[in-house]
Design a protein around this ligand. Sequence first.
Ligand SMILES: Nc1ncnc2c1ncn2[C@@H]1O[C@H](COP(=O)(O)OP(=O)(O)OP(=O)(O)O)[C@@H](O)[C@H]1O
Ligand SMILES: [Mg+2]
Length: 540
Amino acid sequence: RGGRRGLLAVLPADRIVPDGGVRRLVASLAQQAGVWWERWRHGEEARRTARDALIDQLPCGVILLDESGRVAALNSVARRLLAQLGAPEPVAGKNMDQLGLPLGSLPRDTDVEFSGRGDQRRYTLRWDEMPGPGESISVVLSDVTAERGAREQAMQAEKMSVIGEMLSGVAHELNNPLASVLGFSQLLLSQCTDERQHERLSLVVAEAQRARRVVANLLDVARVRPPERVAVSLDEIVTSVLTLFAYAFRVDDIDVEWRPAANLPPVSGDRARLQQVMVNLVSNAQHSLRQSHKPRRLTVRADEAAGRVRLQVSDNGGGIPENHLDRIFTPFFTTKAVGAGTGLGLAICARIAEEHGGTIHVRSQVGEGATFLLDLPAGRTPAPPQVTTGTPPADFAGLRRLLVVEDEDVFRQLLQEALSEHGAEVVTAADGAEALAAMAAGSFDAVISDLRMPGMNGMEFHAQVKRRWPAMARRFVFITGDVMDVDVRAFLESCGAPHLPKPFGLQELTDTLVKVVLAGEQDKGAVLNSFQGDSGETAT
Ligand SMILES: Nc1ncnc2c1ncn2[C@@H]1O[C@H](COP(=O)(O)OP(=O)(O)OP(=O)(O)O)[C@@H](O)[C@H]1O
Ligand SMILES: [Mg+2]
C-alpha cells in the first residue's frame, strides 16, 4: 500500500520451494516492516521539527553535526554568525573545517574565545558529543563582544576607583612636603641678595610649582566631588584660553580661528574645570601642529542644537591613528616622549565632561588632523554679574598678632618664619586644644588653622571659638591638605572662611590674611556703629 518503500529478499537456505504458506508469511512480515518504517519516519520527522523549533529559540548559535561531522541542522543565530565570520554558503552538508572553524584542535566541552578576522568582534565556541541516536556533535557559537565590552568597562571603572584612592593618598603625602619646599624656597628667595643664588632659588620655586601642577592633575583625574554649577559663558572661556596661548601660536606660526554662534547660551558648570578642558584640548592641538607642515590651523567653533552646546576644537595636524582612537581617553595613554606628557590631559577632559552631564568625542584621520567635540547641556540662566571686591591694601600693617594652628612641624615652622618676616608676632599651636589655650591667654588679629589635626581638629576648634569669641570666628583662614571630603566642604561653605589648599604660595597666604582682617575690621565698625557699644566678649 502506498507504493514500494523497500525490498525484502528471502533466500532459500536449502532446496525447499516456498509454498503458499511461506509466501503469505513473508508478505505479512514485509507489511509489518513497512508499517514500522512508516512510523519511524513520521517519528523522525516530528523529532527534527521539534529539535529545529527548540534550537531556534536559543539566543546563541547552535550547529548540529551528523556522524560524519557534517552540518545536519543549525539555528538562525548560527546562520547569522557564520555569515558574519565569512563562512562559505551553503552551510548545510559542509563540515566545520570547510566553514573555517576546525574543531579538531579544540578541547571538548570548553568555551574557546577567538576574534573575527575582518571585524574586531569577540566570539566563543564550544563543542560536545551528543548522547543517543541522531546527530552526534553539537557546536555552540556566541558573539560575546558586548559582554566583553561591559566587563572591560566595569574593570576600567574599578581600576579608576582604585587609582583614585591611591592618588588621593599619594597627593596628600606629596602636598605636605611640597608646601614646605615651596614655602621655604620662596622665603629664601625673598631674602636673597646674591644674584646667582637668586637664580638657583627661582629654579627651586619653579620646579616645586611644576610638581604642584602634576599633583593637582592627578587629583583632577581622581576627583570625586561634583563640579560647581554656575552659568558659564563658553565664549569667555575660549577667548581667555586662546589669549593665554596667543604668544605660543605666534611663535609656532599657527593660525587661529574662533567662531562662536551668535546668541550662544551659557552652560551650567564649573568655570575652572571647563577652562581646563579647553586648555588640554588646545595644548594637544598645538603639540600636534608643531610637528606637522605649514600652514598650521586651529579652528574652534561653538554651536547650539537641541538644548546642547557643542564646542569643536579642530587642528590640521598629523591626526590620530585608528588603533589609538579608543585609548586616548584612558589615563596614562600618551605618545609623547617619556617625561614630556603624563597622558592625563584627555582623561581629565573626559572626567570633566561626564561630571557636567556632557560627552567628549574625537574624529580623526591620520594626516588630516583631529577634531574634538565637547557636548554640554545648555543652561538658560544668564551669567551672574561679576562681584567686585575691594582690592585689599598690599601692606601687612593690620596683622600684628597671628595664631598658627598646624600639626605638621615643618610646615608650622615655615608659617611662623614667613609671617614673622612681615613683622607679625606669630604664636603657634599643634592642635585645637593648644590653640584655644593660646586664645584664652591673648588676642589675635587672625587665625590660620589646618583642618585635619589629631585631637581637636580645625572644625571643632572653629566651633569652640565661635561660641566663646564670635567675632574671632570670622577671622579664620583654613589650610586644607588633601581632597576635601563632603563634611569639610559643607563646613567651609557654611562658615564662609577662605581656605588655601596646600601647597600654596606665601603671597596667596598674606593676600588672604589681609582680606580677612580687612573684612573683620569693617564688621567691627558696623557692629559698633549700630550698637554704639561693646559687641560682647571678643578676643581681639
Ligand atoms: N589634537 C591631537 N592630534 C593628534 N594626537 C592627539 C591630539 N590630542 C591628543 N592626541 C593623542 O592623544 C594622546 C593622549 O593625550 P592626553 O592629552 O591625554 O595626554 P598627553 O597630551 O600625551 O599628555 P599631557 O596631556 O599630560 O601633556 C596624546 O599623547 C596624543 O597621542
Ligand atoms: Mg595633553
